[in-house]
Write a protein that binds this ligand. Structure first.
Ligand code: 5RP
Length: 223
């Protein structure tokens, strides 16, 4: 099976976690796009969704799924999102699609985080995928130096030759050269550096379940 087919498989498998009558939290990315397409087939069973990005909002609305503001709803039962990396404890690196801040907000508002990923995302130790960090632009050079002090290299993410601007009006640093052995401590440490909006380690908001697309079918990992 191709990676795209594995994403379709887990996107469809995630439907079983959607609770009829309940608003569902929706993440961002190519795997989540498969889930949104599947969700459209049962849209009559739910009031709608809370979305983690402008891109997902546009896709949800185009398929006739109502989108609620996060502030307009209370606790969300289930949040469904992809990951750039996930380890055996359900800790993740996210933000390849630059939506990490809103993803973490909706994840924090949700009781269960269902991660949907193809098997290439399962890792022993987080850090091989460049770690996205959403930052306030004026802190960029200082934060690059702080990551250098950890032995890592941080680069400003560009789009069409200029710094990418997130849905929240910020920039993204992509950090290479890390081995994140202690994700909870690392997330807490980097999150308190002035100018960091959100670090793409999701340890405090880790997955409850991962639906992993493998050549042998969907494997369910419970954490
Ligand atoms: C977006 C994310 C995505 O969940 C992550 O990048 C995985 O994306 P994809 O499903 O396209 O591989 O964190 O900010």
């Amino acid at each position: 099976m191709t990676q795209d087919e594995l994403k379709t498989l887990v996107g469809q498998a995630a439907l079983q976690y959607v609770i009829p009558g309940e608003i569902v939290g929706v993440g961002t990315g190519s795997t989540v796009n498969k889930f949104i397409d599947a969700l459209a087939t049962i849209k009559g069973q739910i009031p709608g969704a809370v979305s983690s990005s402008e891109a997902s909002t546009a896709r949800l609305k185009a398929l006739g799924i109502r989108v609620f503001e996060a502030n307009a709803v209370g606790e969300i039962a289930v949040y469904i999102d992809g990951a750039d990396e996930i380890d055996a404890q359900g800790f993740m690196v996210k933000g390849g699609g630059a939506a990490l801040t809103r993803e973490k907000i909706v994840a924090a508002q949700s009781v269960r985080f269902v991660c949907i990923a193809d098997e290439s995302k399962l890792v022993k130790t987080l850090g091989a995928f460049p770690l996205p960090v959403e930052i306030i632009p004026m802190a960029s050079a200082q934060l690059v130096r702080q990551f250098e002090a950890l032995g890592a290299q941080a680069r400003l993410r560009l789009k069409d030759g200029v710094p990418l601007v997130t849905d929240n009006g910020h920039h993204i640093l992509d950090v290479t050269g890390l081995q994140i052995a202690y994700p909870l401590a690392f997330e807490s440490q980097v999150n308190q550096w002035p100018g960091v909006v959100t670090v793409g380690v999701f340890a405090h908001q880790k997955a409850s379940v991962c639906l992993l697309g493998t050549a042998g079918g969907v494997k369910t990992l419970n954490f």
